[in-house]
Write a protein that binds this ligand. Structure first.
Ligand SMILES: C[S@@+](CC[C@H](N)C(=O)[O-])C[C@H]1O[C@@H](n2cnc3c(N)ncnc32)[C@H](O)[C@@H]1O
Length: 228
């Protein structure tokens, strides 16, 4: 039975309409029953990841996968890890499900909705890593409260990561990179990941928003923190 709460959350994403192409709509129709998960605001029902993936393997939560090309590439490169990918943008959901189908990926599940709602349903220490690649920068000061990487959200994400597991963030927005570094360093349960434990950029394909940032001449910052 679902436990629900009624507090209206602050959104970390832009409301936007998205039209699905026929290819994406067909992938959703075909793949959603086995690979999809709807995130319901306020639902706190524990999510059993072993049931969801049909096995017990290290799990990665990827937040805001965009169109999902990088997610599919990571999942294809690491078949021994399971990827729970969450996004609110519906064309991205369709595109990732089409990639999962076309590449025959058994280790991806696609969640539609707010990641910061989904994370409440995860057991403590149930994740090997959380990936937050190029989150919306919300550059205006009055919008900073919408940033994904902020103390309350980081505490929730860290709780879901196993000791020794990683919180990986990347951004092309220098001011957000500095704020992220400060927020992550201030979390009492995180330390900068020892460089020898994770080679820089290991396993992170170039994402769509990274390409945009590079094209605009913006520097790319990767931040890797480890749960203690
Ligand atoms: C700037 S895009 C980056 C997409 C992709 N990671 C990339 O690098 O190309 C940020 C994405 O995060 C999604 N997003 C933001 N907040 C989210 C949340 N709370 N839950 C799920 N997705 C979210 C947005 O819909 C958007 O597609």
């Amino acid at each position: 039975m679902s436990e629900t709460t009624s507090v209206r959350p602050i959104r970390t994403f832009h409301p936007r309409r998205g039209r699905m192409s026929p290819r994406h709509a067909a992938a959703v129709a075909e793949m959603w029953p086995a690979y999809g998960l709807t995130v319901v605001d306020g639902d706190r029902t524990p999510l059993d990841l072993t049931v969801l993936f049909g096995r017990n393997a290290p799990r990665v939560l990827e937040i805001g996968f965009g169109m999902g090309d990088a997610t599919a590439a990571m999942a294809a490169a690491e078949p021994a890890r399971d990827f729970l990918a969450v996004e609110v943008h519906t064309p991205g959901i369709g595109n990732l499900l089409a990639l999962v189908r076309d590449l025959g990926l058994a280790n991806v599940r696609v969640a539609h909705g707010d990641a910061m709602q989904l994370v409440h349903r995860l057991a403590p220490e149930s994740l090997d890593a959380v990936h937050v690649f190029f989150p919306d920068p919300w550059p205006k000061a009055r919008h900073h409260k919408r940033r994904l990487i902020q103390p309350g959200n980081v505490a929730l994400l860290r709780r879901a990561i196993r000791p020794g597991g990683l919180l990986r963030c990347a951004t092309d927005w220098p001011e957000y990179a500095a704020a992220m570094a400060e927020t992550l360093a201030a979390d009492p349960g995180l330390i900068p990941a020892p460089p020898e434990s994770v080679p820089p950029r290991a396993g992170r394909p170039v994402t769509r928003f990274e390409r945009r940032g590079r094209a605009a001449g913006r520097p790319i910052a990767d931040l890797l923190f480890q749960r203690i």
